[in-house]
Ligand binder design. Structure first.
Ligand code: NAP
Length: 447
């Protein structure tokens, strides 16, 4: 049986064993398509059924999360933690609170996380979790009660040497604070390393908040550098206006580019003078407003309801909102608008047909597991600081982040070259991440 035939059989099995989990199937397909050359070169991986084992999470936890709103009405949500693979270290990956969350989303994110964490070169395995709870429109006290109920079950599964969650969509500093407080209360342990993304006043690390956005831009900067170019004078479009988007916008601006549009799920704002970051932060981080409020306060900016931000012409596109936000139509609009670089700040925001369109049009494309690895890398740095009871300066932390992103870029680039696919960041990232996990799994024996 050829490596390709073998992978088709494995994929059919994944689909059969995980029915209705389209996002998980999509994430597995992308990795399997990339690793054929590595399997051909390493028959020992096939003999030990490494791929089959990687596709099956080590543990999947689903639990009930009851909580009471401010009017006394009882709500029941579902909580998840998928501990995907611990070959390289304790499970590590964020928690997502969003109504779309179900097992298939958590598994796709956990699967991606495994390879991303491997790419950082740091000792962290892969996991992910979350809930179908929607924090939007909820009071602080409601969010606190939800987080306390969620942690009242989750605490027994996590720990600094076991599983270390962090934030993701809908889980920011406020939620991490409530989750940490409840963990501390239940366990009677000040175990700083059990969660990352903590506030600076209680064990958080400098640059963790900024890391995913900054890291994505550092990665894009390396892509530009590899082509003898830079961010200077570039028109950039960023989707979303959450944690990743805001700090991607900040770093693009610092590197001389202009972000002319960003969005949320209601539509996008276009501001050809460059997005006013102070205003955006105030609206999104403090007032938790919708994005149209931006245009209401900047007379020359416009708000476009219900349409995709990718119709705004740009040279660099940074999708930082959510999965599958760029399909064939959006890719075509970006190519028409003169885009030459796409770096994913979000997880799997680009559909496979859009990736193919980019490759055919010569657009350089970096997958999230490489380009947005800065967030988890900074989390690993936070764990390092917690373990040594130390805290680094902003400048030192940012410098470490930059080195890590430069290194990930170099390895993706070199691995793609080594396997005869120069410039193919998808292949480079998947093969390099996969090899690291596979080698550790072989070393641990059949477990
Ligand atoms: P966040 O702070 O909750 O922000 C998400 C943003 O995306 C919000 O502005 C949201 O708008 C917008 N959005 C969601 N669905 C959308 C849609 N269908 N169309 C347009 N905009 C939409 O979350 P985040 O932490 O920035 O995460 C964003 C992405 O980055 C996710 O894919 C996440 O998995 C990935 N990521 C995050 C980290 C991290 O450290 N936070 C690390 C690695 C990867 P609304 O407010 O209207 O929903």
């Amino acid at each position: 049986m050829t490596a390709q035939d073998r992978l088709e059989t494995i994929f059919a099995d994944v689909v059969r064993r995980n029915p209705g989990e389209a996002e998980f199937h999509q994430a597995v397909r992308e990795v399997l398509d990339s690793v054929v050359p590595a399997l051909t070169r390493h028959p020992e991986y096939a003999d030990a059924k490494i791929i089959e084992r990687i596709c099956e999470p080590e543990r999947q936890i689903i639990f009930r999360v009851p909580w009471e709103d401010d009017r006394g009405e009882v709500h029941i949500n579902r909580g998840f933690r998928v501990e995907f693979n611990s070959a390289l270290g304790p499970y590590k990956g964020g928690l997502r609170f969003h109504p779309s969350v179900y097992l298939g989303i958590v598994k796709f994110l956990g699967f991606e996380q495994l390879f991303k964490n491997a790419l950082t070169g740091m000792p962290i395995g892969g996991g992910k979790g979350g809930s179908d709870f929607d924090p939007k429109g909820r009071s602080n006290r409601e969010v606190m009660r939800f987080c306390q109920s969620f942690m009242t079950e989750l605490y027994r599964h996590i720990g600094e040497y076991t599983d270390v969650p962090a934030g993701d969509i809908g889980v920011g500093g406020r939620e991490i604070g409530y989750l940490f407080g409840q963990y501390k209360r239940i366990t009677n342990r000040y175990e700083s390393g059990v969660l990352t993304g903590k506030g600076l006043s209680y064990g958080g690390a400098q640059v963790r908040r900024e890391a995913t956005g900054y890291g994505t831009v550092f990665f894009a900067e390396e892509m530009l550098r590899a082509a003898g170019d830079s961010f200077d004078g570039k028109r950039v479009v960023v989707s979303g206006s959450g944690n990743v988007a805001i700090y991607a916008i900040e770093k693009v601006r610092q590197l001389g580019g202009t972000v002319v549009a960003c969005s949320d799920s209601s539509g996008y704002v276009r501001d050809d003078k460059g997005i006013d970051l102070d205003l955006l932060k105030e609206l999104k981080e403090i007032r938790r407003a919708r994005i149209d409020a931006y245009a209401a306060q900047r007379p020359h900016a416009s708000f476009v309801a219900g349409r995709t931000v990718w119709e705004v012409p740009c040279q660099v596109a940074l999708p930082c909102a959510t999965q599958n936000e760029i399909g064939a139509a959006e890719a075509a609009a970006l190519i028409r608008g003169g885009c030459t670089i796409v770096a994913e700040g979000a997880n799997m925001p680009t559909r496979p047909d859009a990736v193919r369109a980019f490759v055919e049009a010569g657009v350089r494309f970096a997958p999230g597991k490489a380009a947005n690895a800065g967030g988890v890398a900074a989390s690993a740095l936070e764990m390092q600081q917690n373990a040594s009871r130390d805290s680094w300066t902003f400048a030192h932390s940012e410098q470490r982040l930059r080195e890590i992103m430069t290194d990930i870029h170099a390895r993706c680039h070199a691995t793609a070259q080594e396997y005869g696919m120069p410039g193919n960041y998808v292949a480079g990232a998947n093969i390099d991440g996969f090899r690291r996990v596979a080698e550790a799994m072989l070393a641990h024996g059949l477990i």
